[in-house]
Design a protein around this ligand. Structure first.
Ligand code: PRT
Ligand code: ZN
Length: 286
């Protein structure tokens, strides 16, 4: 029988959509929807398993799944024997300590002796002991942000992304304990043939994710401006320059980083570039 890898992803929640999109962008197709527990691919040796995110590190370390996509916060909290393969750039958030808005807060020492509610007792207790702070940790599994309001705790340690949940519960974020994003993990003892499939998957994931950070740019410029424009455009190796039908003009093609894009466009216009086109890149292999 030909080998395949079982990739565990979250069945329903904040990681689900981005995990499925990433696999699809890798050109991996599925016949079944995520209403099933498992879904084999029709064109790649991979089967998706749809699980609760908290169970993913355990299943991967037990070998029920060969690999998984899960938040780093869950990986650290569960401390299972798994290998972190690649940061995936989505589900970015942070685990933070928050206190009631009215509380005066000058630094971590103000946490000393407090009752802190959290769903992440392991990460929090490590953080407190590294910083020599003694506090009592109350583990609760959900709605952590309401704990101070109902008198269950004086502070909380919970996942924050925009900060609006804290704000609407009268809390303020005072310390970042851990920064997290979705991570591709694997079982540390994969057979060589599963390892090989995982590497093929990783190759595709990197090509897809790299492309998301770049744009393809085309522009026309008078030949006299080319030298100046080339100092602005980094390119992958070096930009392509093609002569236009109109004498004394060329078309320049290159690749720019998404986050440098607006700054570069202004510089290019100032240097004489015209007819600038910017296109998304689907895959990028370098
Ligand atoms: O059912 P299952 O157990 O699979 O899912 P779950 O409910 O445990 O997890 P889910 O889907 O809520 O989150 C999955 C993962 O997404 C988390 O483990 C994080 O790695 C990541 N993530 C990213 C977040 C957030 N952003 C986030 N904002 N997880 C939770 N939140 C919650 C947070 O707990 C708080 O209640 O959103 C609220 C704060 O959001 P803001 O934007 O108001 O600050
Ligand atoms: Zn969960």
């Amino acid at each position: 029988m030909n080998d395949l890898i079982r990739l565990a992803i979250q069945k329903s929640g904040r990681l689900s959509e981005d995990s499925v999109s990433l696999i699809k962008e890798c050109g991996i197709k599925f016949n079944n929807g995520i209403s099933t527990l498992r879904s084999p691919s029709s064109n790649f040796p991979l089967e998706l398993l749809f699980l609760r995110d908290d169970d993913i590190p355990g299943y991967v370390s037990d070998g029920v799944a060969d690999a998984g996509i899960v938040g780093d916060n869950v990986i650290e909290e569960k401390s299972k024997e798994i290998q972190k393969i690649e940061s995936l750039g989505f589900a970015q958030c942070r685990l933070s300590i928050a206190v009631p808005k009215a509380m005066e807060y000058a630094g971590l020492k103000d946490i000393q002796g407090l009752h802190i509610a959290t769903s992440y007792p392991k990460i929090l207790s490590q953080y407190l002991s590294t910083n020599n702070i003694k506090a009592s940790i109350h583990e609760i599994s959900g709605s952590v942000e309401i704990a101070p309001g109902i008198g269950l705790a004086q502070a909380i340690c919970d996942i924050v992304s925009s900060g609006s949940t804290l704000m609407s519960n009268g809390l303020k974020e005072v310390e970042t304990v851990f920064k997290s994003e979705a991570i591709l993990i694997s079982n540390p003892n994969l057979t060589p043939s599963k390892q090989d499939i995982l590497q093929q998957l990783l190759f595709r994931i990197r090509a897809v994710n790299k492309a998301k950070n770049y744009r393809y740019i085309l522009l026309n410029a008078p030949d006299a401006s080319i030298d100046k424009i080339l100092t602005i455009l980094p390119g992958m190796k070096s930009p392509s320059i093609l002569p236009l039908r109109e004498k004394g003009w060329s078309s320049i093609h290159s690749v720019v980083k998404e986050n440098e894009f607006w700054k570069i466009i202004e510089d290019l216009k100032a240097a004489g570039a015209e007819g600038i086109l910017v296109l998304p890149i689907e895959k990028m292999i370098i």
